[in-house]
Design a protein around this ligand. Structure first.
Ligand SMILES: [Zn+2]
Length: 488
């Protein structure tokens, strides 16, 4: 069988810790060599890509997507095919989606269901977080099995969506304790679900039924309070915590302060929160406003995106996801008379890399190395797939993007590759354009043309106890045991 061999010549390799000018040689999906003027003329069928003047970066890892998610009476329209196709067109070569069981349902069955949906469709590699939406001994056993046998090292708890997915503090305490035992990272959707339920009632009673009611019933402090509470519970059992979709300044500030106090917590802002804001909920066009509805909401304070970007640049926040969960206008219209029925979710999987480059690097807030850290390497480290992913190095997977930092593109629903009929970044001009995307050693996108194959991507199992997250945690356990022994 012919080998699949690619040489990327003349580019500047950018990793999270350093940049260098060198060629990259890829064979059968793996980076085989890096060096200056690699001589490979003897190889027949060598595909040579000229990257002179361009950056060669690790493919993006989107830590937060919901493809074909059954939610609020419908399914998100981007499935694992259109979603990952759009991802690679935007320079992302791996997504981490969520298997979300209903209360009372098996976590393992949910995992198998989601994997069954993804495997035949994915155009790039993927992994699955699993949600814990209820608590019992069976849930504990299944978490252990998922960690041991299925490569799941992250479990998400919802503090919102009361009655549907929400868990209470005592259940979180149990779930966090279990995460700690099995070497997983606890993730939280941090919003106070009880307050949202009461706030929604109040808004509807006042006759506020439009999309603005979605933000008004769950202001920043509802997110900030839950963030603080999750950190407190996680810290009480010495469990590492990952706060998904950090949307507000106040919540981000709590995470930053906690990190400075030494707590092991990571924050994930998303493309939507970095690229646009909640003033859109007051847009006179209902469809436009509803298209921005997601939980937690975008914040009306227009200084929020820049603030989040600055924290991201300074390591107060760690990674970027998207919460990509797309619904067409007719689906959003399920809530035309009642904002609580508008399916929650926005796009982002295709545009995240360009939005972060434009708002972060082009604006001078972060450098190219930090860009790689927050779009790829940190995710790989936290979820224990580094340096297989998140790094251009010999032996790493050939998930690579050739990035033009000077070129621009205008984001539009007319040209995007997602299935959804709206784009929350419509009209945004972004510097930073992916020219070529290589996923698993194959060119899947080149000069505007996709060459994807559904099912080409693989499920990436993740080992427990990632060192990047757990070395401090385990050391603290040792210290505690020593202190206790001395006390008794
Ligand atoms: Zn989500």
């Amino acid at each position: 069988m012919a080998k699949n061999q690619i040489l990327i010549r003349g580019g500047k390799i950018v990793n999270n810790d350093s940049s260098q000018f060198a060629d990259v040689y890829i064979e059968d999906g793996i980076i085989k060599d890096i060096g200056n003027n690699l001589q490979l003329n003897h190889i027949v069928d060598l595909k040579v890509i000229d990257a002179t003047g361009k950056l060669v970066i690790p493919g993006g890892i989107d830590t937060h997507t919901h493809m074909q998610f059954p939610f609020m009476g419908t399914f998100s329209v981007d499935d694992f095919y259109t979603g990952t196709k759009a991802a690679v067109a935007g320079g992302t070569t791996m997504i981490i989606d969520f298997a979300v069981p209903k209360k009372g349902d098996s976590l393992i069955e949910a995992f198998d269901t989601w994997k069954g949906w993804a495997d035949p469709k994915v155009c790039c590699d993927y992994a699955l977080h699993v949600a814990v939406t209820w608590w019992s001994d069976k849930v504990r056993e299944e978490m252990e099995i998922l960690a041991r046998e299925r490569g799941v090292n992250s479990f998400k708890m919802f503090m919102a969506y009361k009655g549907l997915y929400m868990v209470h503090d005592n259940e979180m305490y149990q779930a966090f304790t279990c995460c700690k035992k099995i070497g997983a990272i606890a993730q939280v959707h941090a919003e106070n679900g009880d307050l949202i339920a009461e706030g929604s009632k109040k808004m509807l009673e006042l006759g506020i039924t439009g999309p603005e009611g979605h933000e008004l019933c769950r202001p920043e402090e509802v997110e900030a309070e839950a963030t603080q509470r999750a950190i407190t519970i996680a810290n009480s059992v010495n469990c590492p915590l990952f706060v998904v979709h950090v949307m507000s300044k106040s919540s981000a500030k709590i995470i930053a302060d906690s990190r400075r106090e030494g707590k092991v917590v990571f924050g994930e802002p998303i493309a939507a929160g970095l690229g646009t804001d909640g003033t859109n909920y007051w847009h006179t066009d209902w469809c436009h406003a509803a298209a921005h509805v997601m939980g937690p909401p975008l914040r009306p304070d227009p200084t929020t995106p820049k603030y989040l970007m600055q924290l991201l640049a300074n390591d107060d926040l760690s990674v970027t996801g998207t919460d990509n969960c797309t619904f067409n206008t007719n689906q959003k219209a399920l809530g035309k008379d009642d904002f609580t029925k508008i399916p929650n979710g926005v796009n982002g999987v295709e545009d995240r890399m360009s939005v972060v480059w434009e708002k972060g690097v082009h604006s001078g807030i972060m450098d190219e190395n930090r860009f790689v850290a927050v779009t790829s390497s940190n995710a790989a480290r936290i979820f224990n797939i580094y340096p297989r992913k998140g790094k251009i190095a010999i032996g790493s997977d050939a998930d690579i993007v050739i990035w033009d930092p000077e070129a621009t593109r205008t984001i539009s629903v007319k040209t995007h590759h997602q299935a959804v009929n709206f784009n929350i970044f419509e009209g945004m001009v972004c510097h930073g354009v992916p020219l070529v995307t290589i996923a698993g050693g194959r060119v899947v996108y080149e000069n505007g043309v996709l060459h994807v194959v559904p099912g080409h991507g693989k499920y990436i199992p993740r080992k427990p106890f990632p060192e990047y997250v757990y070395s401090r945690i385990l050391k603290r356990d040792d210290s505690w045991i020593t202190i206790l022994k001395q006390a008794y």
